[in-house]
Each structure stands twice: as C-alpha cells, then as structure tokens.
Unconditional design. Structure first.
Length: 261
C-alpha cells in the first residue's frame, strides 16, 4: 500500500490546522506514509492524536525542539514518557542542539534537555530524532551532539535535515545513526558529496513540511506527498535506479523506527 515514507514532517503544526487531515489523506492515497514530529508537549500530543486517528501509515515522535530551551521551557519528562509509550510513537525528539544565534548559556540548557530526552529514549528503547543546527560556518553543534551521544545514548537515531560535511556524516554512520535529507537537495548542491558517497542503508528522505518545498513546488507550503521528489533526487545524485533507492529508503525507515507498512 505504501511505497514511500516521509520520515520527518509536521502536519501537527498550526500551518496545517485547517486542512492537515486532507493533506495527510492525499499523501496516503498516493502511497506516502509519514512521521509527524513533536517539537514540544502540545505538538507531540497532537502528533500522537493524528497517528491514532489514522487507520495506517501515520506515526509520531514525542520530544522538545532545542530552540524551546532558550524560551525558558522545561522538558516534561513524565508527561512525554506517557505519550511515548504508545506504539504509534516511533522515536523521541526532535531533540539536540540549535546553535544558530544563541548565547552560550542557552547551549548549556539545550544540552541538559537533550540528555533528558536521550535518557527517555534509552528507557523506552526507541530511536532519537535529532535536530542539529550549528552556528554560522561551523560544525560546532554536530561535534557537541556526537560527544553527548557517545556519552549517553544506548539507542540509534536519525540526524534530520542533515547539513554537515561528509566527515561529520561518516562519524554519525559509524555510530549507527542515519542521516535524512530534505527538498533542499533539489535546488542546492552542498550535500551532493555526502549523498553520493553514503552507504545507501544510512539514508532517509524527508520533507520537514511545511518548510523547504522541493522543486517543482518551491514557494508553496510543503507537504508529505512532495517527498517523492527527494527520493528521485537522491537516486539522481547517486546515479542509481530510482526504484532500488525507493525500496531501500523505505526499508531503512521501517528498520530504524520499527514500523510495519
């Protein structure tokens, strides 16, 4: 029934408040399953509610986005644990580091909240959905994430919206962490080297909808259906058969997130 999966989308955000169900049904009708990713307590609960309401092909993550640490929010461990125990929840996050225009004090808070979420993932045996954004012209957030994961993580995970170097990617792969790519790769070439040289089993496709719609949908609100363009572009960059790439990426997601489609 499902030929594709968007491993990171946000039909649980306010941009889809009026028509998220319609957008989701359209995607599923076209063979696209998807994972709605939580960014805080409220959006995590919404992601789970959407997953529960769908007959098939919809999953959720529970977690707290690192930028919320700078807004004084605390990670509600017990509440999120209750949500995350549901079998429809396939990962913890999105969690990690976002160093784009933040103070050192906020980075410390981000690390504390990140470790809490890693501990929750360890407790439940569920993978991590990582958000890692370094400061300008740096790999600092990736370096810190690798350090924290090595010290605390007993589970695998995925580095969503990967924007690092091949060397950084290789270090994540060696730890068993996959990398996913968005519609950015349909109009920019900074990550072609990483995609071309990656082990295919360590890759995923995502939309991060409603953001960064791929060509030919640039300028529109992104949606899970458009993940097909990301699959297509990954195959083109790697010069591999489109269907081989599609099947492998689908299997990658099923294996990491322990889902059946």
């Amino acid at each position: 029934m499902f030929s594709y999966i968007d491993v990171h989308t946000h039909l649980n955000l306010e941009q889809f408040q009026d028509d998220g169900n319609v957008v989701g049904e359209h995607a599923r009708g076209e063979g696209v399953a998807y994972i709605n990713v939580g960014t805080g307590a409220e959006t995590s609960a919404r992601a789970l509610a959407l997953a529960r309401s769908a007959e098939s092909g919809v999953f959720a993550t529970v977690g707290m986005h690192p930028t919320h640490a700078g807004e004084g929010e605390q990670f509600e461990y017990e509440y999120c644990k209750t949500l995350a125990e549901d079998p429809k929840v396939v990962a913890i996050g999105e969690c990690g580091f976002d160093y784009f225009r933040v103070e050192k004090e906020t980075q410390v808070k981000q690390e504390q909240i990140f470790i809490q979420q890693i501990k929750l993932a360890n407790t439940l045996g569920k993978p991590l959905m990582l958000h890692i954004r370094p400061s300008m012209k740096s790999m600092d957030a990736y370096e810190d994430a690798l350090r924290v994961l090595k010290a605390h993580a007993k589970v695998r995970g995925n580095v969503h919206f990967f924007a690092g170097t091949y060397d950084i990617a290789k270090r994540f792969w060696e730890m068993g962490f996959t990398t996913s790519f968005t519609g950015v790769i349909t109009f920019a070439h900074e990550y072609d080297e990483v995609i071309k040289n990656a082990p295919l089993e360590m890759l995923h496709a995502e939309t991060d909808a409603p953001y960064v719609a791929p060509v030919p949908h640039r300028g529109k609100r992104n949606e899970p259906l458009f993940v097909k363009e990301v699959y297509k572009r990954i195959a083109e960059i790697r010069n591999q058969d489109t269907d081989v790439v599609r099947r492998t990426l689908l299997e990658n997601a099923q294996q990491l997130f322990k889902i059946v489609l």
